[in-house]
Design a protein around this ligand. Structure first.
Ligand code: ATP
Length: 574
């Protein structure tokens, strides 16, 4: 039959979940508007993420600008390296991602990590064609295409800026301030939920790959020498893993295990990454991802950034394809060191010793004038180089001679001339560059997965029905309230119930149009867990009761009006 994705896209538009933006002007690829139901579902998912990853973990949340100046992205590496492989059809001009073409049409699985010339060779060898017009692409050059949207800050072009391609940099660049709020104590975490922008070459598959999307990221800063995660809290969490070793096997398969065993067996390499996988799995389940269509996949070594020690993606299955929902990476000190180098600011935490410690400190005789003539008189530069050498390599103290580099030339300096000395100093602590563990979630893909996995078709009273089995915690509308017929007394009672339920903080919709069966169907398609109907029994009987209908079973029962708000609120709270 028709893939659920196609039916879902139609339902999403009809019922106000999401649709292509600027439709009156023909629309533009890669931009979607969340309608009333979609905005509410997305907001509920974001709130659930905030509850779990910020509040329950004791992490701080920030809200940084979406435009940042160029030096930030020079430091982060995005300006140079945030590229996808672009191939443009010589006949019709359609742009495609060369790596996706190769992955879709050949047995190569990780084309993104291949060098460009190899991708060009594969395209020629397999005689790949333009997916739009079928023209041959052999011999067409593949180019690096930077995915950042560029803009100018202020008039003129003297201050280039970029729309952030991820929320993470907004956290990293503020580290020198944020560590103060954490009272200079590691470990601590900072979260951010917000928009990210990528000028994707070919946005596709609805809201799965767009040009503007929402991320929820956590940057967790740890002392690599001293901090350890509290694994007891997650060690029994069961998960489905797809480790790199299995992916390399022809008949590789997923592994069912627990966090504890996966660490013990060395399947997950890093305990911090394991900890966050253990937090994420039950969370995904709670917001409505089907755990039979969910796994964590380890990155192959070619896929991983060079600084990332261990990296896993959360993936969900959509119409037979696995899509990436989130990435979990151990990033070492890469990000903070880069920003320290480029900005000159201090991206460290001062770690106080329990007691002051006496340490040996390498020093260099400050009077280097006797070395001057040999180096064109620049004794200061010589002293600086020697000092740096003494700081990083203690064996220099014992060597007969050391080598330093000045203006591209190597000079040998005999031991008696270096002026090296060792001094004892008392120090209260040391500056540590924290390491970063990063769980990075995409919200739009999750919203799509939640809808897709909730999509149901069944038959009620001989009629075909479509409904969304959304979790009550995230369902955009929680209760529909209907007067059975157009009747002032029924309507008045129904509106009173609506007001009561709204006062209780529930999201309620009132509907008095069409027959009652149609109104139920409408709410089923939106995924509203409950409908309350006010009928003549309600207003005629001494005890005021209403019919409460449950979405999934369509079972109905009568409840006293006085108990409604409390009963439904308890269900909503879980
Ligand atoms: P992909 O390989 O699919 O392009 P990525 O590996 O580049 O994704 P990350 O940089 O790890 O993605 O971003 C973290 C998360 O942000 C992803 O797991 C995904 O959920 C989301 N994301 C990334 N790009 C997009 C996009 N174009 N549209 C919607 N969500 C996205």
């Amino acid at each position: 039959g028709e893939a659920i994705g196609e039916k879902l896209t139609e339902l999403a538009k009809r019922r106000g979940y999401f649709f292509r933006s600027s439709g009156s002007y023909g629309g533009v690829g890669g931009f979607y508007t969340f309608g009333p139901q979609g905005a509410s579902l997305k907001g509920n998912v974001e709130d659930a993420w905030r509850d779990r990853f910020a509040i329950a973990e004791g992490n701080m949340e920030i809200d940084a600008p979406t435009i940042m100046p160029e030096p930030v992205f020079e430091a982060s590496g995005h300006l140079d390296g945030f590229d996808d492989m672009l191939i443009e059809c010589p006949d019709c001009g359609t742009s495609s991602r060369a790596d996706h073409l190769v992955e879709d049409e050949t047995e190569y699985e990780d084309a993104e990590s291949l060098p460009i010339h190899e991708v060009e060779e594969i395209i020629a060898e397999y005689e790949l064609v333009c997916p739009e017009c079928g023209a041959g692409l052999a011999g067409v050059a593949v180019e690096e295409f930077n995915l950042m949207f560029a803009t100018n800050i202020g008039p003129g072009d003297s201050q280039p800026g970029y729309l952030r391609p991820e929320t993470a940099q907004g956290i990293f660049v503020e580290f020198p301030r944020l560590k103060e709020y954490a009272r200079n104590q590691l470990p601590f975490g900072v979260t951010q939920i917000g928009r990210a922008y990528r000028n994707e070459i070919s946005p596709r598959r609805s809201i799965i790959r767009t040009r503007e999307f929402t991320q929820a990221e956590l940057e967790y800063f740890v002392d690599p020498e001293a901090d350890e995660p509290n694994l007891e809290r997650v060690e029994d969490v069961e998960l489905t893993l797809y480790p790199a070793s299995e992916q390399r096997n022809d008949d590789g398969s997923e592994v069912e295990t627990t966090i504890g065993s996966a660490l013990e067996d060395g399947i997950i390499g890093d305990p911090w990454v394991a900890y966050f996988l253990g937090v994420a799995k039950p969370w995904y389940e709670a917001v409505g991802v089907d755990m039979d269509r969910f796994r964590f996949r380890q990155h192959l070594s070619g896929e991983r950034a060079h600084y990332a020690a261990d990296c896993w993606d959360a993936e969900s299955e959509i119409d037979g394809n696995w899509i990436e929902l989130a990435g979990f990476a151990y990033r070492g000190d890469y990000d903070l060191s880069k920003h320290a180098d480029h900005s000159g600011d201090r991206f460290t935490v001062f770690k106080q010793y329990d007691e002051p410690q006496t340490v040996e400190r390498a020093t260099v005789d400050p009077d280097m004038s006797y070395l001057g003539p040999e180096f064109g008189g620049d004794a200061g530069a010589v002293a600086e180089e020697l000092e740096a050498l003494a700081g990083r390599d203690r064996s220099a103290f014992e060597a007969d001679a050391v080598e330093i580099e000045l203006e591209g030339e190597t000079h040998e300096i005999p031991a008696e001339k270096t002026g090296f000395a060792v001094e004892e100093q008392t120090e209260a602590g040391e500056h540590v560059v924290p390491h970063v563990v990063e769980p990075s979630f995409g919200i739009d893909r999750l919203v799509y997965t939640v809808l897709h996995h909730a999509y149901r078709e069944d038959e009620v009273d001989g009629e075909q029905r479509t409904y969304l089995e959304l979790e009550p915690e995230v369902a955009p509308t929680f209760v529909g309230v209907f007067p059975l017929q157009n009747d002032d007394a029924l309507e008045e009672q129904a509106r009173e119930i609506v007001a009561d339920l709204r006062d209780a903080g529930l999201s309620v919709t009132y509907d008095d149009s069409g027959n009652i069966g149609r109104r139920y169907r409408r709410q089923d398609e939106v995924g509203t867990p409950f409908c309350v109907t006010v009928d003549y029994e309600t207003i005629e009987n001494e005890e005021t009761t209403v019919t409460v209908r449950e979405r999934d079973t369509t079972a109905q029962k009568r409840l006293p009006v006085g108990d409604l708000a409390e009963t439904l609120s308890a269900i909503r709270a879980g």
